[in-house]
Design a binder for this molecule. Sequence first.
Ligand code: B12
Length: 244
Amino acid sequence: METLDELNTKLTERLHDFGLECYPFKIGWYNERVKSGFQLEYHEDTLCFVVISSPSFFEKGFIPFVRNDTENGSNLKQDYLDQAISSCLKTAIQSIPNYDVSVLHDYEMRPGTRRPKVLVQTAGHVSGAVYLYQKTDINNPPWSTDQAIYGVCLHPNYIGWFALRAVIIFQKVLVPDLVFKPPKDILVDETKKIELLNRYNKNWQDYSFRDILPPTERYSKLQQEYFSTPPSERSRLIELFKAN
Ligand code: B12
């Protein structure tokens, strides 16, 4: 069996080829933060990784998946991009055999409820990869107490140009010695945090929350075009990816 460092390195390398990144954390760190309905029922020292798609996932993971998919969106009930993530994660995990691994995707709901299986933003924060900015962080909020303001994560390099895709649980691997690494709060000033939450909640379609600070990389023009095209009209772009 691999050590934690070996597992981390292997998974990181495999996912990197697809433009995906992973960061380890313990289930206990996640469970301490969320309400009981969102907790994950494993030993508190259980090893997990949160998976982030970087801007290059589209070109390194998604387009190659589309090109290799001979069945043409074989499972049309599922979003094509979600299928690509799932396929990349399967490939990466299969290359590290002999572990009981469970994957919880961002879009999966607990059966019979409308609650997600996992809150990937909280997972991202406790892994140290991204900082989750929430209404409760603001000392003098400009919003009324009953106004719903959704929280948003920022990555130190990609700022808002990434997505939190999944949590991988190594069900029988306990890592009591994993050291907690707090995420970087890159918005030191409260006005900027309010601005971020306003952009994310009120104008998320204009993408401006993703540029609250200058990122090292953004989604390509093609990727932005794909996401801004309604899912029912994406087949033209899919055909284009297949043909080139
Ligand atoms: C449901 C959902 C929505 C819903 C409701 C949003 C919401 N937050 O409830 C709707 C449809 C409105 C929505 C919209 C959008 N969404 Co959305 N959504 C989700 C989804 C599937 C679940 C979120 C959820 O149900 N949260 C439940 C609430 C209760 O959680 P919470 O508010 O975080 O509360 C918890 C924390 O506060 C925690 N907690 C308490 N104290 C503390 C303290 C600390 C320090 C920490 C860390 C945690 C913590 O405990 C609480 C739970 O008990 C997530 C993916 C996922 N599986 O997590 C994506 C997700 C949040 N959405 C995302 C995005 C990008 C969007 C959109 C921009 C559209 C899009 N996909 O492009 C818009 C923007 C919002 C808007 N203006 O409409 C991204 C956010 C990425 C980021 N950078 O943070 C996510 C993570 C999806 C992804 N794949 O990356 N979304």
